[in-house]
Design a protein around this ligand. Structure first.
Ligand code: PGA
Length: 255
C-alpha cells in the first residue's frame, strides 16, 4: 500500500520562536495516523536542529529540508550539503521546487545531482514538477511535466526510486489561491503514474506517492485527496497556521 503524506513547506517564513510555537501547536491537535500516513515539516535550514529536537520520538511526523546543494562538500559559501542535513536528522529533502527552478536558475542537470546527493545520504526526495500557466493554456502540460520527471529522476534505478516522492505543483496554483480542480489534479497524477509505469513497470508506479501542491487548504484537501492518484499534499501557505495545517492533516487521516 502506498504512503499518504502531508508535507508542510514553510519556505522563507517564521523566526525560531515562531517556528517552535507552530510545531507545538501542531502537536496539540495532531490526529492519530494509521501506519501508511505521514506528516513532514520542512522549515528553513536554520530551524532544523530545533525542530528535530521537538520531533524526537515522533514517528508520524518527520523532518524535511527545502533544498540541499548538488556537491558533497567544499568551497561553496552559503550552501548546505545533504550529509549535513542527514546529521540534523532530516528524513525528506524537497528538490526542484518551482521557486528554486525560477529564482535560483536550478536546471534539470543540477536537480539530478541534488537528487543523487539526497539518496546517497539515505534520505528521501520530494521531487517537484509542474507547469507554468502558458503551458497549461497551450495544453502541453503533460509533455512538459514528463520531461521534468525524465530529466530529474529517470537516471535512478528501481530501488532508488522507492525513496522518491513526486509532488505535482502547477505553478499557476502556487500561492495564488487558484487551486487545480480535482479533475485537473487527478488527470496529471494519473499521467505521471503512467509515465513511471512505462519506465519502471506497474508495481513501482502503483507504490509511488504522488502529492499535489498549489493552494491546498482545509476546504479543498478532502476533495483533492479523494482522487485515486492523489496521495496527499505539499502545502505552502496553509502550513504556516496550525489550524489550517491540521485541517489538511485531518483530511488525510479520514481517508
Ligand atoms: P501554496 O504553496 O500551498 O502556498 O500554494 C505550495 C508549494 O509551493 O509547495
Amino acid at each position: 500500500m502506498r504512503k499518504k503524506i502531508v508535507a508542510g513547506n514553510w519556505k522563507m517564513n517564521l523566526d525560531l520562536n515562531e517556528g517552535a510555537e507552530l510545531v507545538n501547536d501542531i502537536f496539540k491537535g495532531l490526529p492519530v495516523l494509521s501506519e501508511h500516513k505521514q506528516v513532514v515539516i520542512a522549515p528553513p535550514y536554520l530551524h532544523l536542529t530545533q525542530t528535530a529536537a521537538q520531533l524526537t520520538g515522533m514517528i508520524d511526523v518527520q523532518l524535511g529540508a527545502q533544498n540541499c546543494y548538488s556537491e558533497s562538500a567544499g568551497a561553496f559559501t552559503g550552501e548546505v550539503s545533504a550529509a549535513m542535513l542527514k546529521s540534523a536528522e532530516v528524513a525528506f529533502v524537497i528538490i526542484g521546487h518551482s521557486e528554486r527552478r525560477e529564482y535560483f536558475r536550478e536546471d534539470s542537470a543540477m536537480l539530478a545531482k541534488k537528487v543523487n546527493q539526497v539518496l546517497i545520504n539515505d534520505m528521501k526526495v520530494i521531487f517537484c514538477c509542474g507547469e507554468p500557466l502558458e503551458i497549461r493554456d497551450a495544453g502541453t502540460q503533460n509533455t512538459y511535466v514528463e520531461t521534468q520527471i525524465n530529466e530529474g529522476i529517470f537516471h535512478l534505478g528501481e530501488a532508488q526510486l522507492q525513496n522518491v516522492v513526486i509532488a505535482y505543483e502547477p505553478i499557476w496554483a502556487i500561492g495564488t489561491g487558484r487551486t487545480a480542480t480535482s479533475a485537473q489534479a487527478q488527470d496529471m497524477h494519473a499521467h505521471i503514474r503512467g509515465v513511471i509505469a512505462a519506465k519502471y513497470g506497474k508495481d513501482v508506479a502503483e507504490n509511488m506517492t504522488i502529492l499535489y501542491g498549489g493552494s491546498c487548504k482545509p476546504s479543498n484537501a478532502a476533495e483533492l485527496f479523494a482522487c485515486a492518484d492523489v496521495d496527499g499534499g505539499l502545502i505552502g501557505g496553509a502550513s504556516l497556521k496550525a489550524s489550517e495545517f491540521l485541517g489538511i492533516i485531518e483530511a488525510m487521516a479520514d481517508l
